[in-house]
Design a binder for this molecule. Structure first.
Ligand SMILES: NC(=O)c1ccc[n+]([C@@H]2O[C@H](COP(=O)([O-])OP(=O)(O)OC[C@H]3O[C@@H](n4cnc5c(N)ncnc54)[C@H](O)[C@@H]3O)[C@@H](O)[C@H]2O)c1
Length: 437
């Protein structure tokens, strides 16, 4: 997998296109604008903060990830996006109420210049919103063409040489793949026929893939996770990744569950509940959008704990997830977990987690990392589903038929080893037998 010689440099401007200029997107943009002026630290971002060990432990060589991997520089990022409301990034950030005014005022001019392009919006997929800043078109195929024009125009006007796209739009209602999702030809036919199985986010993903723009999906909806999209991504030689940013409760779940499993402690029940009051919470108040999120959140424990292999420890596990819309909290989410455990001789114990987090503060660094790493992957000639980016997702996309890897530390090892191999370094296994053999 040593491709270091083939990786093209990160020269020139990179367009970072964000469909959905809401809380997560504006927090990301504002954070990058502040960080590049030295007015804030990009905490939570691996690409900006992390080191990566190279070679043997005794060598003590661990450069910053951004010094080791040729990533686009923050100065070279040009933000754009689409929304179904016309607010610029400053107005939208004020509405989202995540960052304080004293932060936003420092970059107000730059934020005000970021105005969303009109969105593609068929309201049946997000029933709690009523968009006013939307495109009209004869068919879904026509909508895709308009989105492709937007990408080309944005890159031309803003003098960008490359682009990446990260879906930061609302969670859509629960849908499963249907006939148009099976192949590229069937999807193209479905676009012309306005097939109801093709949702808004899929139109953005399709337009980006057609334009050769790498695409990541931060929401749990299908978006770019179906056979037609996998095939198109490979055909167009574009990397893709998803689904659903792993930020708060699931981040903790994919740390705690592997720890319990590693010690062969049993789990009888895991009840997770959240309160949040942002627009995302309002959208998730619709049972059909919640169903999409629920499926994404429920998946992790079964894969980590493997109840089929360990029926005595996890065969009876009762797992329940709730999200309650509670406006007074805004973006300051609270996630509670109650875990009923079993120890030696089956004796019961309990573990409680109360995570008073901030949704968009946790999500913003993931958007930045995904944009930079997908751009890198593209320049390294990787295409199709990028499983090594599972680290960032609740419901990671995999090759067909494979179970996703959910354990956060296995995901991190996979990510770092992929970077090492791409850059011509040895993978690190942590065996370390040379120190005692
Ligand atoms: N913040 C987190 O911790 C977190 C974690 C995992 C996933 N997510 C997902 O990230 C997404 C964004 O979250 P948020 O808190 O920014 O939500 P938000 O409601 O503040 O922003 C979403 C934006 O998408 C816009 N939108 C909806 N449909 C659109 C369309 N068809 N085209 C263009 N724009 C459209 C909405 O108008 C809104 O401005 C959601 O899907 C959420 O579930 C967030």
């Amino acid at each position: 997998m040593n491709r270091s010689k083939r990786i093209s440099p990160a020269d020139g401007k990179l367009a970072v296109l964000l469909p959905g200029l809401g809380a997560v997107a504006t927090t990301t943009i504002a954070g990058v604008l502040l960080a590049r002026q030295g007015l804030g630290a990009p905490i939570g971002s691996l690409t900006q903060m992390s080191t990566i060990r190279l070679g043997r432990r005794a060598n003590d060589h661990a450069p910053k990830m951004s010094d080791f991997v040729p990533l686009a520089r923050l100065e070279d990022l040009v933000f754009g996006g689409w929304d179904i409301f016309p607010d610029d990034a400053y107005a939208s950030a004020i509405t989202a109420d995540v960052l304080r005014r004293e932060h936003l005022e420092l970059i107000r001019g730059e934020l005000e210049r970021i105005r969303p392009m009109p969105g593609v919006f068929y309201p049946e997929y997000v029933r709690r919103l009523c968009g006013t800043h939307v495109k009209s078109g004869r068919s879904k195929a026509d909508m895709v063409e308009q989105l492709r024009d937007d990408v080309r125009r944005f890159m031309r006007d803003r003098e960008c040489v490359r682009a990446v796209c990260v879906w930061c739009g609302s969670t859509e209602t629960f849908t499963s793949p249907t006939r148009p999702h099976e192949s590229i030809a069937a999807f193209e036919r479905g676009l012309i026929d306005n097939d109801p199985g093709i949702t808004n986010s899929q139109l953005y993903a399709w337009a980006c893939l057609r334009e050769g723009v790498p695409f990541a999906n931060g929401a749990p909806n299908l978006c770019v996770d179906f056979p037609a999209a996998w095939h198109l991504a490979r055909e167009r030689e574009v990397p893709i990744a998803g689904k659903d940013f792993k930020t708060g409760q699931t981040l903790m779940k994919t740390v705690i569950a592997p720890a319990l499993k590693a010690r062969m402690l049993g789990v009888r029940g895991w009840f997770s509940t959240n309160i949040l009051g942002n627009r995302d919470g309002e959208v998730l108040d619709d049972p059909e959008s919640f169903r999409t999120k629920e499926a994404s959140k429920l998946g992790v424990l079964d894969v980590i704990l493997q109840p089929d292999m360990y029926p005595q420890l996890y065969g009876e596990l009762f797992h329940k997830v709730r999200i309650e819309y509670y406006p007074p909290r805004g973006d300051a989410k609270e996630g509670w977990d109650n875990i009923d455990l079993l120890g030696w001789l089956g004796y019961a114990m309990q573990l409680k987690i109360d995570f008073l987090c901030r949704d968009s503060i946790l999500a913003a660094p993931l958007v930045l990392d995904l944009a930079l790493l997908l751009d890198f992957a593209h320049r390294a000639a990787l295409r199709g589903t990028q499983e090594w980016l599972s680290f960032y997702f609740k419901s990671p996309m995999t090759a067909p038929g494979l179970k996703p890897e959910h354990d956060l530390f296995i995901q991190l090892m996979k990510l770092k080893n992929t970077l090492r191999l791409l850059m011509g370094e040895e993978a690190i296994t942590h065996v370390g037998h040379e120190y005692y053999d």
